[in-house]
Design a binder for this molecule. Structure first.
Ligand SMILES: [Zn+2]
Length: 411
């Protein structure tokens, strides 16, 4: 029988985010089979015993906003790179993400069904995946990468949906098409973005009729909707349309934060990408005409996340990795703590709450009997200093479904 005992550990993130000091955990057939110190009395029951030496064990983290197939969204890349190279880079991104401590991701655009299928069959090292395939965008919107030259830079291959849709009928058809292509949820560009070819972050994109049609159709197909929102108008319409999660949420105010609490809408703040854009603006590596706006946007984002947090909006951890480098996902936890969370709260946000955002809280997100053995082990205490988690070298072991997928600890 294939079973593992990990003894002498402190669990951070047991049921309801509890901390259990000085305990043991048993893993069998990929699941958490037992918890408690009594387990170590019958050591002959296990095929492998790991002494945690007073280290710390957390649930595998969930990043609710990544783009594993993106590497900076450089439009020319899609023109230069052979399609095979584009996918191989994705394998590397998946590995970096997993090794950072993220055992599950929600990909907010570009990962397709084949990539997810291969990952689920463990053909390569990857977090478990929920995918949106292709975000929906209006003509001229955040995911319309048609340049003024007339060249459409969006990646194209058979069966992969194109992002553009307009009008109630058009968005319903596109929602169905993306669902057919294997989307677990529907990602929608509700406002402009900092990296867009054709728009400004304040722009309202889909109108309320279109947004409601997308949400209705997605719900009918048993899927939820996540909207990319910077500007106020698009944020307000998204909340009105009852989306499941708001990504970025830059313009959120007290009124809309209260509505989100009422409607149980998740906020995925993506501090990491905002920081990346701030650095790019300061280093002037952004387009000249985007620099001032981006700096304003980042400042507003920081202030408004605090408002949302103080109003009690439920948050999930998302980084938007893919815009910036892959594999630094747990930096996001430090931004949560700067916003006002305790380190424990940040860890629970990055695990259990994020699992809830993906409707996976019965399978992952906490260290509880029967859940998948997706685990992250450190020797340093993240409750003393959350920033230790952003250094990959501090993450000594990672288990995914009970299997060791990263090991810098045992021989
Ligand atoms: Zn994104």
């Amino acid at each position: 029988m294939n079973s593992t005992l990990i003894k002498n550990i402190t669990i951070i993130g047991a049921a309801n985010g509890e901390v259990i000091e000085n305990t043991s955990i048993a893993i069998e057939n990929g699941k958490i089979k037992g918890l408690g110190n009594d387990l170590s009395k019958n050591s002959s029951n296990y095929s492998q015993i790991i002494d945690g030496e007073d280290g710390f064990l957390m649930p595998g983290f969930v990043d609710a906003h990544v783009h594993l197939l993106a590497n900076g969204f450089q439009n020319e890349d899609y023109m230069n790179d052979p399609l095979s190279y584009y996918f191989y880079k994705g394998l590397n991104a998946a590995k970096l993400t997993l090794e950072a401590g993220v055992t599950t991701v929600r990909d907010c655009g570009l990962v397709d069904y084949g990539f997810k299928l291969a990952a689920s069959k463990k053909l390569f090292t990857s977090p478990k995946l929920q995918i949106s395939v292709m975000p929906l965008s209006i003509t001229g919107g955040h995911f319309d990468i048609t340049l003024k030259s007339g060249h459409d830079m969006i990646v194209k291959y058979p069966g992969f949906p194109h992002p553009i849709c307009n009008g109630v009928e058009g968005v319903i058809a596109k929602t169905r098409e993306v669902a057919r292509a294997g989307a677990d949820f529907i990602k929608v560009m509700a406002t402009g973005g900092t990296t867009s070819a054709n728009d400004k972050t304040d722009d309202i994109q889909f109108n309320i009729k279109e947004l409601k049609a997308i949400v209705d159709e997605a719900n009918r197909l048993d899927r939820k909707v996540a909207t990319h929102c910077h500007g106020y108008g698009g944020l307000e319409l998204s909340i009105k349309a009852n989306v499941h999660s708001i990504e970025h949420g830059t313009s959120i105010d007290k009124k809309n934060a209260k509505l989100m609490v009422e409607k149980n809408i998740f906020l995925v703040p993506t501090f990491s990408v905002m920081k990346d854009q701030e650095i790019a603006a300061k280093n002037k590596t952004l387009a000249e005409n985007k620099i001032e706006g981006t700096l304003k946007l980042v400042k507003m984002h920081k202030e408004n996340m605090e408002i949302a947090y103080n109003q009690g909006v439920i948050m999930a951890m998302g980084t938007d990795s893919g815009v910036q480098e892959h594999g630094n996902n747990l930096s996001e936890l430090s931004y949560f703590v700067k916003m006002g969370m305790s380190p424990l709260e940040a860890i629970v946000t990055g695990t259990l709450n994020s699992a809830k955002c993906l409707f996976l809280e019965n399978k992952i997100g906490s260290i509880e009997l029967g859940k998948s053995a997706d685990l992250v082990f450190t020797k340093k205490n993240p409750l003393d200093d959350i920033s230790i988690l952003k250094n990959k070298n501090n993450i000594l072991m990672i288990f995914q479904d009970g299997g060791i997928v990263k090991n810098k600890y045992i021989d």
